[in-house]
Design a protein. Structure first.
Length: 424
């Protein structure tokens, strides 16, 4: 079961009364929860606009679309199911994190979710498909399986005790990749900055009691590039497996599994984390910040000499439209930068994949992902005047803001970092 702790001044402390000590963090948490609880109102308002547009058509046009009223009713029923599911997510989150229910409710009443907030909620539904449904198995095989195979080959069961191998997964989203790594016996920690993702992870990891327990309708909002009308009301059942029921499907007992909330750089680019992780696994992550060099240096910092970095993902650069701009380099330059920081690339490839895609849509976006396995050697080749990896406090001076948009969405910085631990 996940328990919430808080990072204050770089140290993790248990808050036994479960109070959020920073008002900005609490306000942000409430805005996220408010978006989840108001999904139904927002989605119903959108559907209400579809009906009049259809009904205003001349009869000769309406006659060409059989049972459109029935379709609109089916869409409304799908929205109701999504609403109940998201309310369950938000109610669990409030119960676990806040002791004073009255104060929380009073603050919620004054909040109005933005369209950006509601887009994050819709993205959360699609991420449940990617990470925790049978429908997402193809994408997981494209994105997670290459990393899992490489990690298992690097630390074979007959040559090491995987429980002693600490693996960090930054930007873990709804935590399926991190969970899969822990199921293979590794001591695993996931890190995520998006509260939407963190609340979804808490729900699926701690609150589900069996496979296919919930039914969601993630494509009810897609009105363009629809092949079949029935595709919009397609049901997806989650989770495909019950994560709270450990198995030995991979020839070993599951390893310890924990989750940390907050910005990857703030939590791990500190002296106490230097060389503490034997492996770092990044999937659709390193292009989510404004400065890719910072992520690379932070990863270098947490690994010991001989530590392993496994990466898969594109170079979309989510902060390219930010006011401050972003550092955007080509894949061949990325390779040189990784080597320049003191890594040897021992394996590399290209992997084609989609991301949180609707498999039945008429539109598909495909990524040709850069895949590599890098080992820290310590033989740095970058400018000697660059920020020292041994003095991360100096690097704090040049850090760029937490991205406002990541795969599939991100939230603003947590004013105090929250740590969540899960034990088996």
């Amino acid at each position: 079961k996940l328990q919430f702790l808080y990072f204050i001044g770089g140290k993790a402390t248990m808050d036994t009364q479960r109070r959020v000590k920073d008002e900005a963090e609490e306000r942000h948490f409430q805005s996220v929860k408010h978006a989840l609880t108001h999904y139904g109102d927002h989605a119903e308002a959108v559907l209400e606009k579809m009906g009049p547009a259809f009904r205003a058509l001349p009869e000769k046009y309406k006659g060409l679309l059989p049972d459109m009223e029935g379709h609109l009713s089916a869409l409304a029923a799908c929205v109701d199911s999504n609403k109940e599911f998201l309310l369950s997510v938000s109610e669990v989150a409030q119960h676990d994190l806040f002791e004073n229910q009255d104060d929380v409710t009073a603050k919620q009443v004054q909040m109005t979710p933005t369209e950006g907030d509601m887009d994050k909620v819709r993205s959360l539904l699609r991420m449940f498909v990617r990470d925790w449904s049978l429908d997402g198995a193809v994408e997981r095989d494209q994105c997670y399986t290459p990393l899992l195979r490489e990690l298992e080959a690097t630390f074979p069961l007959d040559k090491c005790e995987r429980g002693d191998v600490r693996v960090l997964v930054p930007g873990c989203g709804l935590s399926r990749l991190a969970w899969e790594i822990s199921q293979r016996g590794f001591c695993t920690q996931g890190n995520e900055v998006s509260l939407f993702m963190l609340l979804g992870s808490d729900f699926v990891l701690n609150r589900t009691t069996g496979p296919e327990q919930y039914r969601i309708y993630p494509y009810v909002h897609q009105t363009t590039n629809v092949q079949l009308r029935s595709d919009m009301i397609r049901e997806v059942r989650i989770p495909d497996v019950c994560p709270s029921t450990p198995t030995e499907d991979h020839g070993t007992q599951p390893g310890d599994f924990s989750m940390v909330a907050g910005d990857f750089r703030d939590i791990y680019w500190i002296d106490e984390q230097e060389g503490k992780w034997k492996a770092c696994v990044t999937c659709f992550f390193i292009d989510t910040g404004a400065n890719i060099f910072e992520y690379i240096e932070a990863i270098y910092h947490i690994l010991p000499i001989g530590g392993h970095w496994l990466n898969l993902g594109p170079l979309l650069y989510h902060m390219s439209d930010a006011s401050g701009g972003s550092v955007e380099i080509a894949a061949d330059d990325l390779r040189n930068v990784v080597i320049g920081f003191g890594f040897d690339i021992v394996n590399e490839d290209t992997q084609v994949s989609t991301y949180a895609a609707n498999a039945k849509s008429m539109l598909s976006v495909t990524y040709r992902n850069a895949v590599f396995h890098a080992v820290k050697t310590g033989r740095t080749r970058h400018d000697k005047g660059a920020v020292s990896k041994s003095t991360p406090a100096a690097a704090q001076q040049i850090r760029t803001p937490v991205p406002s948009s990541v795969y599939p969405n991100a939230t603003t910085t947590l004013a105090s970092q929250m740590l969540t631990e899960s034990t088996r």
